[in-house]
Design a protein around this ligand. Structure first.
Ligand code: PMV
Length: 359
């Protein structure tokens, strides 16, 4: 990577103050990223559906200052617990956005999904923040739309790896892969060479466990470094990227189901065979998976499941099965959801600029 490609020119005349706001969505990986090299570079390429309803709305107010200061408000309340992670992010992006050293920032943020629902807010949260920061630069620098989103994805990655895919809808690909033209370890690219059926694919997220994760993603990624199955896993992911490309184009849902479930279970198998091993499944994660498989077998409905690094189950299905899915959830699955909670989402088109004001 050439640092120059991503570095703002020092001579930029940046706004004195202003406010920018972006809504940026979460995403759910189909081929998973698990294992990384410093700094935030993936061990294998990954691909995700960008979601529509689960997003972070972030408003960034800024004014020039001698040195950086940051205040964070979540749902209107000042929250200092996020400051550490945000400061790491700002430190990491300083090389590419030197101007972040000289602003007083106020970050006001909220998620559309319930707080601590177990849905990772890092992808939506960091991509929203990266888009806000880069909007300041775009006010002063000539940045084409392509370059804007590319650099926003690059910056998002430095906050949380999977965040770089959230910058694009309907799908994002992150990580160099010979079959995906323009793919890179540094940033994600948009991916839309997909059959109609996938353009509004449904994702109903069954909230099994809303507690804090016992093992962070960061630690989980690190455990892949000495993992006995790592080499095979990375090779498998590489091959899955090839297979999925054809499946997405052809709209082959049966093959889609097999590949996506294999990916999800392999991700968790890697966790269960790490040293130290750990398990994020809860009993109700398995109860839901078995119910979904029974339903699929007995009625031939093309439901499939995937998971991220947590106990919640994402139920994926074509839009035409929405009512069937909702009835199935109400009758058979809701008993396994914490406080009967689930979130209806679907494939979306990526982030939205909500406000831009400069002085
Ligand atoms: O971006 P991170 O560090 O939170 O890791 C995300 C890893 C998975 O969600 C498990 C897989 C993925 O590709 O999103």
């Amino acid at each position: 990577m050439r640092q120059d490609d991503y570095t703002a020119q020092v001579a930029l005349v940046l706004p004195e103050s202003g406010t920018v706001a972006w809504d940026s969505p979460s995403n759910i990986a189909l081929v998973k990223y698990w294992g990384k090299k410093p700094v935030q570079l993936p061990a294998n390429a990954s691909i995700s559906f960008t979601l529509k309803n689960c997003y972070t709305a972030t408003k960034l107010s800024f004014s020039k200052a001698e040195k950086r200061s940051v205040k964070v408000f979540v749902n209107g309340k000042e929250q200092s617990s996020f400051l550490k992670k945000i400061e790491i992010f700002f430190k990491r992006i300083e090389d590419y956005c030197p101007y972040v050293k000289n602003y007083a920032f106020k970050i006001e943020t909220e998620n559309t999904f319930p707080h601590s629902s177990g849905i990772a807010s890092s992808a939506s949260g960091f991509s929203a923040l990266a888009l806000c920061v880069l909007s300041i630069e775009r006010k002063a620098a000539e940045l084409s739309d392509d370059d804007f989103y590319k650099k926003a994805s690059f910056l998002s990655r430095l906050g949380s790896g999977s965040a770089c895919r959230s910058v694009y809808g309907p799908m994002g690909v992150w990580g160099e892969h010979a079959n995906y033209e323009g793919s890179s370890n540094d940033f994600a690219i948009a991916y839309d060479d997909i059959h109609e059926v996938f353009k509004n694919y449904q994702d109903t997220i069954l909230l099994v466990d809303k507690g804090e994760k016992k093992v962070s993603s960061t630690l989980g990624h690190d455990l892949m470094n000495d993992h006995p199955f790592a080499v095979n896993r990375f090779e498998e992911a590489r091959n899955h990227m090839i297979d999925l490309q054809k499946i997405l184009k052809d709209g082959n849902i049966l093959d889609f189901n097999r590949l996506v479930e294999k990916e999800a279970l392999t991700l968790h198998a890697m966790m269960m065979t790490s040293d130290p091993y750990f398990m994020l499944f809860k009993p109700n994660t398995l109860n839901i998976i078995h119910k979904v498989w029974e339903k699929r077998e007995s009625e031939g409905i093309p439901f499939t499941i995937t998971l991220d690094a947590g106990a919640n189950v994402h139920l994926l299905y074509p839009a035409e099965y929405k009512q069937v899915a909702l009835d199935f959830i109400k009758n058979d699955l809701i008993a396994y959801c914490q406080n009967e909670q689930y979130i209806c989402d679907e494939v979306g088109n990526g982030p939205l600029l909500k406000m831009e004001h400069y002085a």
